[in-house]
Write a protein that binds this ligand. Structure first.
Ligand code: SF4
Ligand code: SF4
Length: 94
């Protein structure tokens, strides 16, 4: 969904969402069932991240549901660093 903000920062500027390792994903559907934010969609060959910016900033809960370890996220340290940069850019108080 376009146009949403996260504490005054356009959500699309924040690189926080799951990445799927296609070699590990067996299309079990656990992540799709678990997340209610319409982030995932079943692709032809494996699960896909269809709406990355629907992902809740800082959440990584679905990774615990993936038994093959196919889901990964940036580190929380990388997220904090990026939010500080964006805070300066958008003059917010994140
Ligand atoms: S839970 Fe993991 S293995 Fe299952 S569909 Fe999602 S990414 Fe693929
Ligand atoms: S991290 Fe949270 S919000 Fe993002 S896709 Fe996974 S369960 Fe959904």
């Amino acid at each position: 969904m376009a146009g949403r903000d996260y504490m005054g920062i356009p959500r699309e500027e924040i690189p926080w969402y799951p990445t799927i390792n296609a070699d590990l994903c067996n299309s079990c559907g656990s992540c799709l069932d678990f997340c209610s934010n319409n982030v995932f969609a079943q692709g032809e060959l494996h699960m896909e991240v269809a709406n990355p910016y629907n992902c809740v900033v800082g959440c990584s809960a679905c990774a615990n549901e993936c038994e093959t370890g196919a889901l990964s996220f940036p580190s929380k340290e990388e997220l904090v660093k990026k939010l500080h940069e964006l805070r300066d850019k958008y003059k917010t108080t994140v």
